[in-house]
Design a protein around this ligand. Structure first.
Ligand code: HEM
Length: 499
């Protein structure tokens, strides 16, 4: 009994000491940022409220912060840590374009169990090396080679949808699993160069990934769980470990298949012509004097799978949902598709896709209203001057993309779906930092062209065949989740009518 009591007391002391040390560090930081406009009480802030909020409420919270602090900058305490929120493009620009302030915030440390030291989480010389190493594998000429595979995967999607529509004749279909599967299938078969036939088999990998993201975000809002051993003792920590294991098995399977394929194709040069990101990475790795280790390669595979899947799937879902809510805009898209395409094959062509200007604006507007990555953060390693303020080093800065995209000073009638905001004549006077779905500056999204290409191929295939109508007739009534990505938190039911 005494031993148990003593052990418990020691445990409590360790936890309390850790928390006190952390608070002391934050106090020192706070003394440097107390001159900034502030919301709420120091140390307490809004963390507890944020944990309980739904995705939509979190966005509303952020919007009200933006609307109350018109200067475009405010200090808020999140999980016992001072975080500077920035809402104005002229303040966003110096943060994103800095070549010194490239460190990510605390949330990215918590993502390391799933992402490893991949391109999203790494920093300093390692990031510079990896970005240079990987960038050529996303060159337009390489992406063009993905078009055929992406079209093949989209043909499977159309067949799956046809079957589901027939089975449910007259009823609406939940598009979430279909879109998730096709995007994952495309990512594996193009970027990884491994055909896993995700759409044709039962698997739980999409829900595993969603749960991993959700648990990581919940952990972020509970600072006592930033202590690893404490987290892994909790039920959330144990669940996280279990889903992480499943994800690791999935990515190990990709690596195993890739290595086997490379072995079997080594004497057949033509078979290796259709190279994806992973092949090119492995090729480069064989040639360079400074190769990535196996762990580093695995981290890049995790990073690219996770970065590509959840964001592109969410963006595609939101685009379909919004078009299903805005039928007059959908009609304009149908007209454009009629004009540029006579049959299925002709659209599987990079030049044709780039002519679909209305589709381009529709996707841009969907990514404005539902920014797939709702917020990004930086940990300042150097002081930054913005406006009249000096933001000191060792402080976390949040760029709430989803809120910036709804700032009424930048976007009149911000909740209205209006693709023509992106016509050249309507964008001319807008700062390019008012619209940052793929971030900006040196750490911008390396996969943005790849994402847009996949989205365009999937969307053209669907809208050339059907007219769609969303069951939820106002987009602000759908339940959303804002964590690492901005996703629907319920089924997205849509009626399909053949054209
Ligand atoms: C609609 C889809 C996508 C959106 C909205 C999106 C958005 C973003 C954003 C906002 C960032 C900056 C993150 C930060 O600063 O912390 C980012 C970084 C990144 N994205 Fe994407 N992304 C998308 C698709 C993709 C795809 C398809 C890939 C890969 C195939 C990808 C790979 C990456 C990587 C590796 C980074 C880190 C780049 C670096 O730090 O050097 N993303 N993305």
């Amino acid at each position: 009994m005494d031993i148990i009591f003593l052990t418990l007391c020691t445990l409590c002391m360790v936890v309390i000491l850790q928390i006190l040390r952390m608070m002391h560090r934050q106090y020192v930081t706070w003394s440097k940022v107390r001159h900034l406009p502030q919301n709420g009480y120091p140390f307490i802030g809004s963390s507890l409220a944020l944990i309980k909020m739904s995705g939509q409420e979190r966005l509303q919270w952020c919007l009200s912060l933006m609307n109350s602090f018109k200067e475009g900058i405010v200090l808020e305490w999140i999980a016992g840590m001072p975080v500077i929120f920035i809402f104005k493009p002229e303040f966003v620009q110096p943060i994103l374009t800095s070549t010194a302030n490239i460190d990510k915030g605390i949330s990215y440390r918590l993502m390391k169990p799933m992402l490893g030291e991949g391109l999203i989480t790494s920093t300093g010389t390692q990031w510079v090396h990896d970005r240079k190493f990987i960038a050529p594998t996303f060159h337009t000429s390489i992406l063009n080679k993905y078009i055929m595979t992406t079209s093949e995967k989209t043909t499977i999607l159309i067949k799956c949808l046809e079957r589901e529509i027939e089975r449910n004749s007259g009823n609406a279909i939940d598009i979430v699993p279909f879109v998730g599967k096709v995007i994952l299938d495309i990512t594996c078969d193009t970027a990884m160069g491994v055909n896993l036939r995700i759409q044709e088999a039962e698997n739980e990998i999409e829900s595993v990934i969603d749960r991993m993201f959700q648990l990581t975000f919940e952990r972020l809002l509970q600072p006592w769980f930033w202590i690893d051993w404490l987290y892994y003792l909790s039920s959330s920590g144990r669940e996280f470990k279990s889903v992480l294991n499943k994800f690791q098995k999935f990515s190990n399977e990709i690596m195993r298949k890739k290595k086997a394929l490379r072995q079997s194709q080594s004497n057949h040069v033509s078979a290796r012509k259709k190279k994806g990101f992973l092949d090119l990475l492995l090729d480069e790795n064989e040639k360079t004097d400074n190769p990535l280790s196996d762990d580093q390669l695995q981290a890049q595979v995790h990073t690219f799978l996770l970065a590509a899947y959840d964001t592109t799937a969410a963006a595609t879902l939101w685009t379909i949902f919004l078009l299903g809510n805005n039928l007059e805009h959908q009609e304009k898209l149908h007209e454009e598709l009629e004009k540029y395409s006579q049959d299925a094959e002709t659209l599987a062509d990079g030049t044709k896709l780039s002519q679909l200007k209305y589709l381009d604006r529709v996707i841009k507007e969907a990514l404005r209203l539902f920014s797939a990555v709702p917020v990004i953060t930086r940990y300042l390693t150097e002081d930054v001057k913005i406006g009249d303020y000096i933001l000191p080093q060792n402080v976390e800065v949040a760029l709430p993309i989803a809120a910036i995209h709804q700032n009424p000073e930048l976007w009149p009638e911000p909740t209205k779906f209006d693709p023509d905001r992106f016509l050249p004549e309507n964008s001319r006077h807008r700062s390019s930092y008012a619209y940052i779905p793929f971030s900006g500056g040196p750490r911008n999204c390396i996969g943005q062209k790849f994402a847009l290409l996949s989205m365009k191929i999937v969307l053209t295939a669907i809208f050339r065949k059907w007219r769609v109508k969303s069951v939820k007739t106002r987009f602000d009534t759908i339940r959303t989740t804002i964590s690492i990505t901005y996703r629907p938190d319920e089924e997205v039911f849509v009626y399909f009518t053949p054209k």
